[in-house]
Ligand binder design. Structure first.
Ligand code: CTP
Length: 399
């Protein structure tokens, strides 16, 4: 419930603006009050009168409306809310936000606010995928702006792909999470992610192809459900999500130490691709060719198994321990025996054979293995896998 929460809803000028009228109703159903702000372009899609009628509030439209300044200045308007929601967030609005422009009421409010901002992007697929939009998105995320969607599907413009505004219930859920009201409120979840680097000498290391994308998406999804997240990450290709406690590590040994040092968790998810071996005779200075043509002999020692260690803790074991299994053959059989061997509650198994494009890609196809057997999920985006897994974790901790 969003009882007594005050939402400042900025409606941008896109066809998805019609969904924002429903969003006003659904937020009010949850007990929130909604103050709508319409951009000029938004008024081409929905009328101020409908927004005002549904919100049962005055609609704000113009920066230079002196009557409004007398009633409530734009600074005050931006601060009186608990959360600022931008839906639909058009490519233009996102660019203005990323660039710090303040040349109309909506962009000025977004610059002036001291509250969290949640955007629900909506635009044509090409506009979404344009490097400028992706750059702006990365900037906004870096600034701590929360993002819900966009979804993938048929678009009003006749094209197909990511760019559709999230459905209203998903936006309402994201609002709840942004206000710390999700089902994981008060829970602490530990997530490991990314590859590890095992040094050979100061300039060389042994690594693997994990990008860290799935673990990062999972940490973000858990945060969005209200969890406090400790995110222990190896050197990944993707930046860690905002709003989580990030612990950066390099080697498996560092990762094991960081996991040991983390506060007691309700659930722990081990999505990292940890090196099984480290180089025992790693050199403190750069190894040189000695001219003999003989390659140096590296000696390997086994790394600590972090997942197995935490699963088998007799004290302080998280209630739910989830491992990942990256397999190239006999995925379900191998992952099922891995679950037993490691003593974890669930294994998220995926086929990382080169043909699947999963390792380093945006999509994932997983099998969730638990006491209830093996559950095969359809291929979907790593973000969607993360959202569903986070919800499952919330359900398990609630039970
Ligand atoms: N894992 C871990 N510590 C290690 C190795 C693996 O915590 N030293 C975790 C991974 O984060 C993952 C799970 O164990 O959740 C399985 O990792 P995977 O690489 O698939 O399994 P391995 O134990 O390395 O087994 P194998 O190499 O035989 O497939």
């Amino acid at each position: 419930m969003l009882t007594n929460k005050r939402i400042l809803l900025i409606i941008g000028g896109g066809i998805a603006a019609y969904k924002s009228l429903d969003l006003i109703r659904r937020l009010r159903d949850q007990g929130a009050s909604v103050t709508p702000v319409l951009t000029r372009a938004a008024e081409e899609f929905v009328t101020p009168l409908s927004a005002s009628a549904l919100a049962a509030q005055k609609v704000y439209r113009d920066l230079f409306d002196l009557t409004d300044e007398a009633e409530m200045g734009h600074i005050e308007l931006s601060r009186a809310a608990d959360l600022v929601v931008v839906a639909p967030a058009t490519a233009d609005l996102m660019a203005k936000m990323a660039g710090g422009l303040a040349n109309d009421l909506a962009s000025t409010l977004l610059m002036a606010t001291d509250k969290r901002v949640l955007i629900a992007p909506a635009m044509n697929v090409r506009m979404w995928e344009h490097p400028a939009t992706q750059r702006n998105l990365a900037t906004l995320k870096g600034d701590g702006v929360l993002v819900v969607g966009p979804d993938e599907g048929n678009m009003a413009c006749g094209e197909f792909g990511p760019g559709r505004m999230s459905e209203v219930p998903d936006i309402v859920a994201a609002v709840g999470a942004a206000l710390g009201d999700g089902p994981l409120k008060g829970k602490h979840v530990l997530v490991t992610s990314g590859p590890t680097h095992e040094p050979i000498d100061p300039v060389r290391y042994i690594a693997n192809r994990s990008s860290g994308a799935q673990g990062t998406a999972l940490a973000a999804a858990l945060r969005d459900l209200g969890a406090k997240v400790t995110f222990v990450t190896g050197p990944a290709n993707v930046p860690p999500p905002a709003g989580v406690n990030v612990v950066r590590v390099e080697s498996a040994g560092d990762m094991a130490a960081a996991v040991d040092a983390a506060p007691q968790a309700d659930a722990a998810v081990f999505a990292a691709a940890v090196a099984d071996w480290r180089v025992l005779n790693a050199s403190g200075s750069k190894m040189k060719k000695d001219g003999s043509g003989k390659a140096p002999a590296l000696e390997f020692g086994e790394n600590p198994d972090i997942l197995a260690t935490v699963s088998k803790r007799t004290q302080g074991r998280p209630r739910l321990v989830v491992g990942f299994a990256a397999e190239t053959d006999d995925v379900v059989e191998n992952a099922t025996s891995k679950r037993k061997r490691k003593g974890c509650d669930w294994i998220v198994a995926n086929d990382v054979s080169p043909g699947t494009g999963i390792m380093g890609g945006d999509q994932n196809k997983i099998v969730l293995i638990s006491d209830d057997g093996a559950e095969e999920w359809p291929r979907m985006g790593k973000d969607e896998v993360a959202r569903r897994l986070a919800q499952r974790i919330a359900d398990a901790l609630a039970g």
